[in-house]
Design a protein around this ligand. Sequence first.
Ligand code: 13P
Length: 259
Amino acid sequence: MKRTLVIANWKMNLNTHEASMLLHRYHQHIATHRDIEVVVAPSMLSLQPLSQEIDRHRFRLSAQDGYYKDEGGFTGEVSFAMMRDLVHYSIIGHSARRIYFNETLEVVREKVAAAVRNGIAPIICIGETKQERDSGETKQVIHDQLTTALRNVTSDEIENIVIAYEPVWAISTFDGEPAKPDDMKKALDYIRFQVRELYGERAAADIRVLYGGSVSDQDAAAFIGIEGCDGVLVGAASLNYAKFAGIVDAAYRVARERE
Ligand code: 13P
């Protein structure tokens, strides 16, 4: 059975001390459930200390990004090769990277390949901007972002990949508001359809596809409860341990109802 994923993307927030404190609160307040996998993505700076503090039986660590070369003269970058023993996952192609740091489809593709090569499972973020949505380009954007990102991924590797549909217009830091469950379902179905075209029925059924964008403890169950939604990628609400604990509980309630 697929485990529901609940991922905390702390983005560029919290110094190492604050990150430690928040992890401590997670340890105190978040219940452990067999069917739910909870992943914490702190800043690059906090990965090393948190890797020593985190209870690995309960939570997994994720990077928020990484560079696609393994080593060399790339001042300021950190490679997936350097993180291979620290993290289980890495977010790749987040819209903040695409928009603020001009990450192209090809760069995202190289990063996915580098993470896979180093034994790190990519959480590939895709999603259209408001402008693209208004001009009816949602499917085209999803198609282009997904097929390019997966270009070097083999059918043996696809099972470790996670896809997160994060429409830019729904992300809180872009002044967004949550997607309507109906819109979200259409996008998730289309993503699964694309995976089926590329890798077949089995891969499409097994791959985990998540939703992200202004998810709160109030509406998490409505998103996760949609057929084909395997979890959520949470930004702002993950900085509040009580709200995040509420989201994990919501995921558990949905998983239990599904059984
Ligand atoms: P918010 O939950 O703050 O909208 O952020 C979503 C996101 O970008 C997670 O990666």
